[in-house]
Design a protein around this ligand. Sequence first.
Ligand code: CMC
Length: 391
Amino acid sequence: TGAFTYDPGFTSTASCESKITFIDGDQGVLLHRGYPIDQLAEQSNFMEVSYLLLNGELPSKSELEQFSNHITRHTMVHEQLAQFYRGFRRDAHPMAVMCGVVGALSAFYHDSTDISDPHQRLVASHRLIAKIPTIAAMAYKYSVGQPFVYPKNNLSYTGNFLNMTFSVPAEEYEIDPVVEAAMDKIFILHADHEQNASTSTVRLAGSSGANPFACIAAGIACLWGPAHGGANEAALNMLREIGHIDRIPEYIARAKNKDDPFRLMGFGHRVYKNYDPRAKVLGKAATEVLNKLGKQDPILDVARKLEEIALTDPYFIEKKLYPNVDFYSGVILSAIGFPTTMFTVLFALARTVGWVAQWNEMIADPEQKIGRPRQLYTGAAQRDYVPLAQR
Ligand code: CMC
């Protein structure tokens, strides 16, 4: 009963009004607060883009300094939080660890429970953006059995993350500016993407007034799936499995076979029916970064050839399947030295900014209500209970 629109997968339902991100999927356009993603990726930096997403405008020099200082001041996590890691098996997937540890932050910041106070919302937002690199780096360190590295406040946001991830007490670690720039670009390209599954999850969780740290943990859980953020890990694993350009046709044939559940990971998108503009930037960056680092990886050739073959194949043309953000990012992350299990963690780190910006926008919206979809009931009609002895 009732006049509901049945829209499985929400393919045609706008769940909110938003001023943060604009996507034109047919043209392959992505704008943050009006600024094209390629301009931001090439000319801006992640701290500036974070400010932009949160505040609506690019910062002045002093605004950026103040914002970066606020973030830097919150990078430490409570020492007790480190104990959470030790409760996980050492071979736990870092995304499982992220879900648990970020959720656990809600137990440390009870002041954030009062989300009606804009100041508390701001503090919670800064804490989340500041602590997520520390938490992600700790997840990595735990997985490789190395000691945690504390944040260093004199480093950039991205430099600090790299230092916490790759430095070890026994050796001097110098941040390679090529790696820092590539990482920062990857963070910018993953920062927000309007009402995708994980962002909608954060909004839905937050719509009940839940603690913001718990809401972001919900977003992380959703992002983990291979149809969403987990695709970057799956894409690189797939490229490695293909291994040589000679084997590409076999995988293209599998992707087209209706009876085979296999999909080309890093291909296709709910909204883009054209080249994902983020994949364009990353495809270019992959060659540049590998060249600059003096690294060669045969999977880059596999990726390029796979793209070339897929883009000329009638199946992919007809279904408008193009490379998405997850297709080339793994090649760069792998060259930097991350294991595939960390790829989605890096996505979560960057997307935290978008989640936080969207959460703030929702809470401040006077039209905001608890998210409560309806359903089309297809189950049994009313019937009488039958006692166990008679069944
Ligand atoms: N390989 C082969 N066929 C595909 C693929 C693919 N990667 N993606 C979609 N199709 C086919 C699909 O089989 C379907 O065919 P038919 O109409 O004959 O049933 C048609 O294209 C439409 O697919 P859909 O699943 O109905 O489309 P959707 O909008 O629900 O799904 C998607 C979008 C991204 C989940 C899907 O394209 C996919 O599974 N891609 C692979 C995973 C991936 O790369 N995900 C990352 C998305 S971008 C970043 C992010 O969100 O994190």
